[in-house]
Unconditional design. Structure first.
Length: 723
């Protein structure tokens, strides 16, 4: 197995700096200052064509003058200077580089050619590099920070990889105030050499990193991402934000990093398949990632709530239940024990509501300890722990009644923060999440964050944090993932595609589309293709009534609403009229597909869709005429295992329709999952196929049957592997 290039790049023993000088308002110098001032202990080797010293370090005029081969080249120079410097580093023997400089693949044709030249040099000399157009790295393990913003915080446990440099550098003070600490942070830029998946793999292997956060604008190799993530997520949580799903987001991503985005539902399916927890904001990415990195695993759905206010308690309970967790009523024995510590009127059944209560030791230590020790919960949320922040606000109102006692004296005389309240999660091995409307202006918030306990600035956010822990617990318990092998395609299917392409067709007609599906083991309805009226009538008598009769030609993609389909044909006379009406609607002779009516009130849809830069995905949901109206469909990247397919079936909003309902038997979900898994293999075995649509997929006696099908082909010149 090839070693991940970031293992070497992230821990250099020496760094050659290009673009750093003595003008401290220049970007290259500012980034070099971060390396020098934030504690990096390796050798620093400035290279400058004019300056003799840079920031007190002796400078070399060129790469050739360097006294040693640097482990890492760090480039913040004009874009046209980057390739020759990289080539010189390659000749020197350097194997890692960070290219901060922009003006490459994200800028158009000239920049693309420059990036291609950079990649040529990279391959020739085996140099792996971050960027171009990035902000570099943070490695708190060795105090290495290459960004423009100082990073002087303690070592953290959250690994972060971002396709935006801003989120690795400008947010550092914001994160510092919230107690969010990186283990490693990686700005990827254009990902020309080292990409997001390399970063994910590296962070998954990094012992310091306990959780991974990803900011994503696009993923270049979807199948590799899934395979990499599925090795990591059962053991280490991964949370991600994707911003390319809208038209505006995709357009911005293309101009920002030159990346090609895909529609949001495809990424939703990708993350579900990969075991990645998705969030919708950068704030949630940081906060949930930090919480997942610091708290013990949640081993069950039972959550306790302790609050000094009823509203936040109710809000948290509401969110928790909506997210699939439980807020169980405490046992009489536990309630009796809690009731001894709170006012007589205060609820103690869960949530425990102390109402207005200034005994913060009871709120933050005594009652939480009793609940966590009871064995009746798997995790706990505490709302309302506050001390200094509260007294600062009310001091002016009460100081006259305190004999003009100073605020500092008041705080020194009041309850100190109990030590055990800061170590509840460690002591009991269960996650404890804090909700508070106060930030670092309150000493409880500061103490919690400094002791690795997550603090959210709202009760609903705290509940969603616990829901993320629960989501990861379900990912941990999922069956071990084994992607299905793509078999050799059936010869009949190959022949059908070859014949259609030879005829210049862009799709298979319905009859041949279903023959292809049948060759792959997809159950289809029995049918006869009639080219003349007499053949259709003979077919009708052979198959029996009632019948469906449909026009069948490769250029007919949709029949409903165009007079090209007749259903519930009940006699030979009706079959004759149906033939005539279909021919009239078509306006020219057209073959007709004759098949028995399939009895089943539940109509599903399944298919394959392909998006440039993403590859083929499987689609499943509610079908028939309601497909577009309900929009109850889910996606997964191909290939899909049977377990993945079973998860897809569970993910549709209308999944209750698949159970026994109104006298109908439950859908054979095992057969349905097998069908979706086989369907997912077809575009990988036949790259000439760009789209498959099975609608409706009717449930007959519990089993799915493909009643109508469409197979769209790539033009011959575009029929290369899209996977």
């Amino acid at each position: 197995m090839t070693e991940n290039p970031l293992h070497h790049l992230m821990k250099p023993s020496s760094i050659a700096l290009f673009g750093a000088g003595n003008n401290f308002m220049k970007m290259g110098t500012m980034q070099a200052l971060s390396i020098v001032k934030d504690g990096y202990q390796g050798q620093i080797l400035p290279v400058h064509p004019k300056e003799k010293t840079v920031m007190g370090f002796k400078a070399c005029a060129s790469v050739a003058d360097l006294p040693m081969t640097p482990d890492l080249g760090f480039l913040v120079v004009p874009s046209d200077q980057v390739p020759p410097i990289m080539e010189a580093l390659g000749q020197k023997g350097t194997k890692s580089a960070i290219v901060i400089t922009a003006g490459f693949g994200e800028t158009g044709e000239k920049g693309i050619k420059l990036q291609e030249e950079l990649n040529r040099i990279s391959k020739e000399y085996n140099i792996r590099y971050l960027g171009p157009n990035c902000m570099g790295i943070i490695n708190s393990e060795i105090c290495l920070n290459t960004t423009v913003m100082p990073y002087t915080y303690a070592k953290g446990a959250l690994g972060f990889a971002s396709q935006s440099g801003t989120y690795v550098t400008q947010t550092i003070p914001y994160l510092g105030r919230r107690g969010i600490r990186f283990s490693k942070a990686i700005s990827l830029g254009n990902s020309a050499s080292i990409d997001l998946i390399d970063a994910l793999e590296y962070l998954g292997q990094d012992k310091q990193t306990r959780a991974i956060a990803l900011y994503i604008e696009s993923i270049k190799d979807v199948r590799r991402f899934v395979e990499t993530a599925r090795k990591i997520t059962p053991h280490k949580p991964v949370v991600a934000q994707y911003v390319g799903g809208s038209e505006a987001g995709a357009r911005s991503a293309m101009s920002h990093t030159g990346s090609l985005a895909a529609p949001d539902p495809l990424y939703q399916g990708l993350f579900r398949q990969a075991g990645v927890i998705r969030v919708d904001s950068i704030e949630a990415l940081y906060e949930l990632g930090n919480m997942l990195a610091q708290t013990p695993d949640l081993c069950g759905p039972r959550i306790g709530i302790v609050t000094n206010s009823g509203g936040p308690g109710s809000a948290m309970a509401n969110v928790l239940e909506k997210e699939g967790l439980a807020v169980p009523q405490f046992s009489p024995a536990l309630q009796a024990e809690i009731s001894q510590l709170i006012p007589e009127h205060a609820p103690c059944g869960n949530p425990v509501d102390l109402t207005f209560h200034l005994d913060f030791e009871t709120l933050t230590q005594k009652i939480p300890g009793i609940i966590l020790d009871s064995g009746e919960v798997d995790g706990l949320i505490i709302h309302g722990a506050v001390r200094k922040g509260y007294f600062v606000e009310v001091y002016k109102h009460i100081q006259d009644y305190l004999g003009n006692m100073s605020l500092d004296q008041l705080l020194s005389d009041y309850q100190p923060i109990p030590d055990k309240s800061l170590t509840l999660a460690k002591e009991y091995g269960k996650p404890v999440v804090i909700s508070s409307f106060f930030g670092r202006d309150d000493d409880y918030t500061v103490a919690y964050r400094d002791h690795g306990m997550p603090v959210f600035n709202g009760p609903e956010k705290a509940a969603l944090g616990m829901a993320a822990l629960y989501q990861h617990s379900q990912i941990r318990q999922a069956p071990a993932w084994q992607p299905p092998d793509v078999p050799d395609p059936p010869q009949q299917a190959c022949d059908l595609i070859t014949t259609a392409l030879d005829k210049g067709q862009s799709s298979l007609d319905e009859c041949h589309a279903k023959l292809l599906l049948k060759a792959w083991g997809v159950p289809t309805v029995e049918e006869i293709l009639a080219h003349e009226k007499d053949q259709a009538l003979a077919a009708a008598q052979t198959l029996g009534f009632p019948l469906a009769m449909k026009a069948c030609a490769p250029d007919i993609l949709h029949k409903s609403g165009h007079g090209l389909i007749k259903l519930n044909v009940k006699s030979v006379d009706e079959a004759a009229r149906a033939w005539d009406e279909i021919q009239a609607a078509r306006g020219q002779e057209v073959p007709v597909l004759v098949s028995p009516m399939v009895n089943g009130q539940r109509e599903l849809v399944a298919g394959i869709t392909a998006c440039e830069g993403f590859g083929p995905s499987v689609m499943f949901g509610i079908g028939g005429i309601l497909t577009e109206a309900l929009n109850d469909v889910v996606f997964r990247p191909a290939p899909v295992s049977v377990d993945d397919a079973a998860q897809m079936i569970e993910d549709i909003r209308s999944r209750k329709l698949l159970g026994p309902v109104r006298g109908m038997p439950a859908v054979n979900t095992q057969a349905l999952a097998g069908l979706l898994s086989r369907l997912s293999l077809i575009p990988l075995a036949h790259p000439q196929i760009s789209e498959i649509d099975i609608n409706p997929l009717i449930v007959q006696g519990g089993d799915p049957v493909a009643v109508d099908a469409l197979v769209v082909l790539n033009p011959p010149e575009d029929s290369g592997d899209k996977s």
